[in-house]
Design a binder for this molecule. Structure first.
Ligand SMILES: [Zn+2]
Length: 507
């Protein structure tokens, strides 16, 4: 069995999904979960892109000990300097430097000749190698590059010190046969190729990301780049949970294995979905809500007689729990603390007390508090940046009756700690609420998406709202949870607004 190394780029390529903007604490929580999941490499970000990204990468590098932490850099000294500054305290640092190698990218984007591109690539790999032992080099748009040219440049960057060679299908254009043949060609035509790991990086524009990735592996790739839930630029990247489970379930056919701790998959997926606001479709392979639901009578009958008649993956394999443990009104601090640890969170005593208070408040209104509820509660506390929050919801009221337009009255605390109150109406309750909040803040806001879902089951379930807003031409997302739908909606809106403020301040 050949070991395939898993390179997760949820925090870099995944964060490039439109409307996704994670704060530093959210990125750190995701990185810690990725480490628990057993990924070999975490691409933490692109430090030269903003001060905020730099800080997040640095924090992750200082915290993670098991996985390699890498940061992206274009082929210039400033990017490489910033990447190194951000990751140098990591236990296993790696600089990831890239340059485009396809004719269209070299000519129209870089405006460089192929010879110039080789010179830059070699010089920058050497420059990075002076700082860091582990250097990954990517040939952007490799799948549309000229193969002999690709072989030439790869051989030279390996001589210059590269330890991993990544060949991305940047635009999601390739087919499994072509992508596999590119790896085969490189294996056969680059003399020093056996000194390095070869890596895939596939996008799903034509729905072929997973098939292409596997074709790469079958032709010599030993590292796979992808994201959780398949998020990423445009149609996204290959979904790592699909790859890991496919290799496990079909190990009779594929002689490869990964170090992924499979029963951490569901939790990782949930965390990333909640924090990014990129909701997983119900029918999504492995992690969708319906991935293990058997609906038709014939299937249900079969599964009851023998689960293997229709079930190829057990929910337990990927960490889907059928018997959710519940806590209630009478659960004490000790049981609560134990559950926190079991859910994989490590909180300071101060934060445990804070969460326990919120938990108690919740049990006043909700009979059973499930793991899903706790997960949200803990996540909110763990990723809260309230000391820098600019707008806080003090109180609100919505008047609704079916014969009149609803009116909302909202009181907020502003960035300058002033208390302001306003009132507006709208065609619906949410609109009235949002019109009012908008009138109280200085920004011009446009709501582009609104999703409401429930956490768990039952009429008393927590409501979760995700919004996408356009604020000052920036796409930004926000989330909010509360027992009441309107309160969750208000929190989600302000959460998005505050993210823009934090960004403006930090960057
Ligand atoms: Zn990509």
């Amino acid at each position: 069995m050949t070991q395939i190394k898993i390179f997760d780029t949820t925090l870099r390529d995944g964060e490039q999904s439109p409307g996704v903007n994670l704060n530093q604490l959210e990125k750190l929580e995701i990185a810690k979960q990725l480490e628990r999941l057993g990924v070999d490499v975490i691409e933490a970000g692109f430090p030269a892109s903003s001060q905020g990204d730099f800080n997040a990468v640095q924090k992750i590098a200082q915290t993670i000990t098991e996985s390699t932490v890498t940061a992206l850099a274009r082929a210039n000294k400033n990017d490489i300097d910033q990447a190194w500054e951000a990751i140098k305290e990591a236990k296993k640092p790696r600089i990831h430097v890239f340059i485009a190698t396809s004719p269209i990218h070299m000519k129209d984007k870089l405006k460089k000749t192929p010879e110039e591109v080789i010179d830059i690539a070699v010089e920058m790999v050497k420059y990075a190698k002076d700082k860091c032992i582990d250097i990954e080099w990517s040939a952007e748009d490799a799948s549309r590059s000229d193969l002999p040219f690709l072989a030439t440049i790869i051989e030279k960057v390996i001589d210059a010190g590269a330890t991993v060679i990544n060949l991305p299908d940047t635009v999601g254009y390739t087919t499994p046969k072509e992508y596999g043949e590119m790896f085969k060609y490189v294996k056969e035509n680059v003399a020093n190729i056996n000194q390095v790991d070869l890596s895939t990086h596939c996008h799903d524009d034509l729905g072929m990301a997973l098939a292409n990735t596997i074709a790469g592996i079958q032709n010599g790739a030993t590292q796979v780049e992808g994201t959780f839930n398949g998020i990423g630029e445009r149609a996204g990247n290959v979904a790592l949970e699909e790859l890991a489970v496919a290799l496990e379930i079909r190990k009779d056919f594929y002689p490869y294995h990964t170090q992924i701790v499979l029963n951490e998959i569901k939790r990782t997926s949930d965390m990333i979905s909640k924090l990014t606001g990129m909701i997983v479709p119900g029918n999504k392979a492995i992690v969708g809500r319906n991935a293990f639901a058997h609906e038709s009578g014939i299937h249900q009958d079969g599964v009851l007689k023998n689960t293997q008649t229709y079930e190829i993956i057990t929910p337990e394999l990927v960490g889907v729990q059928s018997n959710n443990l519940v806590l209630g009104k009478h659960s004490g601090r000790h049981a609560f603390k134990e559950r926190i640890v079991q859910l994989g969170f490590s909180l300071s005593e101060e934060k445990i007390s804070e969460t326990f208070k919120s938990f108690k408040q919740l049990t006043d209104r909700k009979k059973e508090v499930t793991d899903d509820d706790l997960f949200v509660l803990l996540m909110d506390i763990q990723t809260d940046v309230s000391h820098r929050k600019h707008y806080q919801l003090e109180s609100f009221q919505v008047q609704y009756d079916s014969t009149h337009s609803p009116t909302a009255t909202v009181t907020l605390e502003t960035p300058s700690q002033k208390i302001v109150t306003g009132s507006k109406s709208g065609a619906g309750s949410v609109e009235a609420l949002y019109n009012t909040i908008e009138s109280l803040i200085e920004e011009k806001v446009q709501l582009t998406d609104f999703t409401l879902s429930s956490i768990g089951k039952g009429k008393d379930a927590l409501a979760e709202v995700h919004v996408h807003l356009k604020i000052n031409e920036q796409d930004v997302s926000g989330r909010g949870t509360a027992q009441d739908v309107l309160e969750a909606a208000a929190h989600a809106f302000l959460n998005a607004v505050n993210r823009v403020f934090i960004k403006l301040k930090v960057d």
